[in-house]
Design a protein around this ligand. Structure first.
Ligand code: SAM
Length: 283
């Protein structure tokens, strides 16, 4: 079967990298693991050796079917036609008795809250070499949900990993968006030749831990309004960006920024998540 570029199908073939990922995942036999995009099962086979409770979500039906057969797992959502697949995702009263299954479908259409709450999956880990074209939406999905995982171990594009784990001085909206909810850490780099077909970019494995699930929607909405305003024009100072976005005169804005203990002449990329939280209080 020819790998589908449109689905980000670059399969991991390097055994040493697999071993490092599994070691970093620090799996316990009782862990419940969700893997996004098992593909041809390179990482899945290793995960399956370590845990009893394992759910895989794969968009490519042929791969999902193959892996379900190989692992002797149940498969959900065989897409006889589009209507069928929609109905399962809209009514996912999926009852995984032994918590070992493959769901054939799009991770971004999955009703994660129902999947977790109806099956009592609360304490789960995500371990995955994710499709790079949807890196941000996948991370967002799992960090913003009511029931986040206890940890995520993800292989992502190297540059994206570095951006997510950046420190003040090199921050971006992506870095703030992840670090607001959790602690990301870049564990190690993976050369592009570890995959088949060889992708254009190198990769890195990151761990996202300490994920908070008690942040209210109102609180996060307020926070990100300030962050987006601060980042709206990259070269401009915080003072200029905030005063224009919030329609405040420069003097009032300057006072508010100073009250938060921040230099009004700073640029958004210099601020930490804590700085943004203080700013949110005063704006
Ligand atoms: N885990 C495998 C490995 O390490 O060899 C494959 C990783 S490959 C980078 C990404 C996988 O995600 C592919 O199997 C692809 O079909 C699947 N995929 C792509 N888009 C998806 C989506 N929206 N939902 C679920 N799986 C998806």
């Amino acid at each position: 079967m020819k790998p589908k570029k449109s689905l980000g199908q670059n399969f991991l073939k390097d055994k040493e990298v697999l071993t490092k990922i599994i070691r970093a995942a620090n799996l316990d036999a009782d862990d419940l693991v969700i893997e996004i995009g098992p593909g041809r099962g390179a990482l899945s086979s290793e995960i399956n050796k370590h845990v009893k409770n394992f759910i895989m979500i794969e968009k490519d039906y042929n791969l999902a079917d193959e892996i379900a057969r190989n692992f002797q797992f149940s498969i959900f959502n065989p897409p006889a036609d589009e209507a069928d697949s929609q109905s399962i995702f809209n009514n996912p009263i999926l009852n995984f008795k032994n918590k070992a299954a493959v769901i054939s479908g799009d991770i971004l259409k999955l009703n994660l809250i129902e999947l977790i709450s109806k099956n009592n999956f609360y304490n789960y880990k995500v371990v995955a070499n994710i499709p790079y074209y949807i890196t941000s939406p996948i991370i967002q999905l799992f960090l913003e949900t009511e029931f986040p995982p206890k940890e995520m171990l993800l292989t992502v594009q190297k540059e994206v990993a570095e951006r997510i784990c950046a420190s003040p001085g090199n921050m971006s909206i992506l870095a703030v968006s992840v670090q607001y909810y959790a602690k990301p850490k870049l564990l190690f780099y993976v050369d592009k030749n570890a995959f088949w077909p060889v992708p254009e970019v190198d990769s890195a494995v990151i761990k996202i831990s300490d994920i908070k699930n008690k942040i209210s929607k109102i609180e996060s909405k307020k926070f990100f309004r300030v962050v987006k305003a601060g980042f709206c024009a990259k070269r401009k100072t915080l003072l200029n960006n905030l005063s224009s976005s919030f329609h405040l005169d420069k003097k009032t804005t300057e006072e508010k920024i100073k009250k938060a203990g921040i230099n009004p002449g700073a640029r958004a990329q210099e601020l930490s998540v804590e700085d943004w939280k203080k700013l949110t209080k005063f704006l």
